[in-house]
Design a protein around this ligand. Structure first.
Ligand SMILES: Cc1cc2nc3c(=O)[nH]c(=O)nc-3n(C[C@H](O)[C@H](O)[C@H](O)COP(=O)(O)OP(=O)(O)OC[C@H]3O[C@@H](n4cnc5c(N)ncnc54)[C@H](O)[C@@H]3O)c2cc1C
Length: 244
């Protein structure tokens, strides 16, 4: 059963030209319990006492129970996005949830995460929660974005990498060179689509069929990656996805 959460907007942070991080503090109930990968349903007020529902994945770790983060792309003329953009700090918003079956499995299989754009939101929560697992597993993130200017959170990912069990590759589909990227950071970038990063991983990783694969983002890309994984012989039971 879904719970209704009364929240207030605590902070709003611009991450790129059109992506924002919204942090909500829980008021009643004052805690949330969720599985990494789940989403909340925002109740967005409209004119004439009407409201619309919009789904947003929780980007923060389940360890953080008194507040949660959402990473949202503001699309032109989007009703949900423009409401949130104009919501002042301290203002209330209702959410229902948590919901969704795209959740991280607490198994001894290593994980590959594949995200496009704000599809990184539930995956960020998943990666943050791996440290609580009883199993010591490896995890790899391939994150597809068009341009270097659309990258956010790279410093946080570098921090996470210090654990030694996690590494990431940001795949830039429309960049032609990495001139803007500082020397040491270049190892975190691939020029090309996310499947290019994945191909390199397959070549380097003999045991790739033993991994679990978590895919999230643009519906077309999610579907094409799913089909590609199946062609490679990966079991359908080891592939989990969410389409935004
Ligand atoms: C399970 C689930 C989880 C989700 N989690 C997130 C999340 O964490 N972060 C996030 O940003 N979104 C997420 N979404 C998408 C989100 O729910 C909204 O659909 C999206 O933010 C657009 O809503 P809106 O009200 O701003 O735009 P709408 O009013 O619904 O759309 C306005 C116009 O923009 C177009 N449009 C809608 N989306 C896009 C887009 N992505 N790119 C270009 N044009 C678009 C529409 O076709 C329409 O013409 C999730 C969706 C699902 C199903």
């Amino acid at each position: 059963m879904l719970t209704t959460f009364e929240t207030v907007l605590e902070t709003k942070q611009k991450l790129t030209d059109d992506v924002y991080l919204f942090r909500f503090r829980l008021v009643r109930p004052d805690k949330i319990v969720f599985l990494p990968g789940q989403y909340l349903i925002a109740d967005i007020p409209q004119k004439n006492n009407q409201s619309i529902k919009r789904l947003y994945s929780i980007a923060s770790s389940p360890d953080q129970t008194g507040r949660f983060d959402l990473i949202i792309k503001i699309v032109e003329k989007g009703l949900g996005g423009s409401y949130l953009m104009n919501l002042d700090i301290g203002r209330p918003l209702l959410f229902q949830g948590p919901a969704g079956a795209f959740t991280l499995k607490n198994t001894d299989r290593s994980k590959v995460f594949l995200a496009t754009g704000t599809g990184i939101a539930p995956i960020k929560s998943m990666i943050a929660s791996i440290k609580n697992f009883e199993y010591k597993i490896k995890s790899y993130l391939f994150w597809g974005l068009p341009y270097i200017s659309e990258v956010f959170m790279a410093e946080e990912l570098k921090e996470m990498e210090k654990s030694g069990n996690f590494s990431f590759d940001i795949c830039l589909s429309r960049e032609t060179d990495l001139g803007e990227v500082a020397g040491d950071d270049k190892k975190h970038f691939t020029l090309g689509r996310i499947d290019k990063g994945l191909d390199d991983f397959f070549l380097k990783t003999e045991s790739f069929k033993d991994y679990e694969y978590y895919i999230c983002g643009n519906p077309g890309v999610v579907e094409s990656i799913r089909q590609y994984l199946f062609q490679k012989g990966i079991d359908t039971g080891n592939v989990f996805s969410e389409k935004f």
